[in-house]
Design a protein around this ligand. Structure first.
Ligand code: GLC
Length: 451
């Protein structure tokens, strides 16, 4: 008898299942790789980048700050008012970076950022914005969500691009200097006072906004969006490779956990994962991210659907599926799977589908989503164990941001399932996960406050 499409999909879905005991083992590998990288940097190891950020907010910080935020999809320019009572107000201009610019030259790209900042300043600049020590120069925080070898609070060279970017002549350049030169050329009265990763911003912003009464110590700031990554506070004496100057005792580390296990010693590697990696702009790097984050979940589904024999222009076209496709289908609980049918018709070019076909696609989406959420718990549990935080604090809080953690159906619930596997039910029950909305913009303002 020939296999039905649902049976075929179930077989593929099995390839996305993590074996019994996998999460615990992978957490051990994560801790080992993190320890090694705090000691010595290697090209393929976890970056574990010292951020030069040492102050963690209390919620009482005040002021109006200019901030910019370059993420995987959007560039935001904002004015953030910290009200000093854990609340903030934000005025922002948020627009996607055009695809063509993501693969252009540094001159074209930086000039685009300059245009956007100039436009914002001309419309929204206000007297209350924080100035550099009594001068006319505005102090700005710059969130840059890519791996940077940070050499001071406002200096850092681009190690490599991740997500959809590939502007070759920017690799190795100091990304603050190139932008500062552009702002100076335009006579804009702005000084880039801090450079930070979006996860560092998320950690800062969650610590600022979380009311004292909810959850415990904010330990991790993380992003599950186009890409994935996390930051946490480390004792400076444990960062053996750190050669910079500081008198502080702790420093936030940008782990760049998207690069966990780049040598695939433990991560699953289905034929779909291999294909995603080959087709990506950064082959053989950020392999954890390629199994977890928004940029890749749609692509994994596209490859699985092509394997099942589905055909359309979109299915033939790499990177044409947004995460919204598996996300909406995964969350479709209606017996007729009408939302799934609509999604397949509108975004996947399959104008009519049978119920069996829709069921098959849902089985695939659920398998891809569940694996992503379970994998996501690994670095979080790894950092919790590495810092011995469960022994130090009665409860712990993780601040997260990004479309996947915020909108993917049951993502946080599934993360908790895997956290329970790694830390035990009791350990997991002490952990809260909260969304740090606009974390990277607000975090940039908070870092500018401390700078
Ligand atoms: C990618 C980047 C990292 C960023 C993450 C989330 O992994 O390399 O810097 O934090 O995406 O945006």
């Amino acid at each position: 008898m020939t296999e039905s499409i649902v049976e075929k999909a179930t077989k593929i879905a099995k390839e996305f299942e993590l074996p019994e005991g996998f999460v615990k083992k992978a957490v051990d590998v994560f801790i080992k790789q993190a320890d090694e990288s705090l000691e010595k940097q290697t090209l393929r190891g976890l970056p574990m980048i010292p951020s030069y950020v040492s102050g963690i907010p209390k919620g009482t910080e005040k002021g109006v700050f200019l901030a910019i935020d370059l993420g995987g999809t959007n560039f935001r320019v904002c004015s953030v008012t910290l009200n000093g009572d854990s609340t903030f107000d934000i005025i922002q201009s948020k627009k996607p970076i055009p695809d063509s610019l993501m693969k252009s030259t540094s001159a074209e790209f930086i000039s685009h950022l300059g245009d956007r900042i100039q436009e914002f300043i001309e419309t929204h600049c206000c007297d209350t914005m924080q100035h550099e020590g009594g001068s006319d120069i505005l102090k700005m925080g710059y969130t840059f969500s890519f791996p940077v070898n940070q050499t001071s609070i406002n200096r850092g060279t681009l190690i490599r691009w991740t997500k959809g970017y590939d502007i070759k002549d920017m690799v190795g350049k100091d990304i603050v200097i190139v932008l500062q030169e552009e702002l100076d050329r335009r006579n804009l009265p702005i000084h880039i006072a801090v450079l930070l990763n979006d996860t560092v911003g998320t950690l800062m912003s969650r610590a600022y906004t979380k009311p004292e009464t909810s959850g415990g110590q904010t330990l991790i700031g993380c992003i599950f969006g186009t890409g994935t990554n996390g930051a946490y506070s480390e004792k400076v004496r444990k960062i053996k490779k750190f050669t910079g100057e500081t008198t502080e005792k702790i420093m936030v580390i940008n782990t760049e956990w998207g690069s966990f296990d780049n040598d695939l010693t433990i991560l699953p590697n289905t034929k779909y994962d291999k294909q995603v990696n080959i087709n990506s702009p950064n082959p053989d790097f950020h392999l954890f991210e390629k199994r977890v984050s928004g940029m890749y979940l749609g692509e994994l589904l596209r490859l699985c659907m092509a394997d099942l024999g589905f055909q359309s222009e979109e299915i033939a076209n790499p990177w044409s599926f947004d995460t919204m496709v598996p996300s909406v289908i995964d969350g479709d609980e209606d017996p007729k799977l009408e939302k799934t049918g609509k999604m397949l018709a509108e975004y996947v070019g399959l104008s009519t589908t049978s119920l069996e076909e829709r069921k098959a696609v849902r089985i695939l989406s659920k398998a891809i989503g569940r694996r992503s959420a379970h994998l996501s718990a690994i670095p979080c549990a790894g950092l919790i164990l590495h810092t011995k935080a469960l022994e130090k604090f009665p409860s712990l809080d993780i601040g997260g941001d990004g479309s996947v953690i915020e909108f993917y159906p049951n993502f946080q619930k599934m993360m908790h399932e895997a956290l329970a596997e790694a830390l035990g039910k009791e350990g997991d029950s002490k952990i809260t996960i909260g969304i740090a909305k606009d974390g990277s913009g607000v975090g940039a303002a908070l870092c500018a406050y401390f700078a």
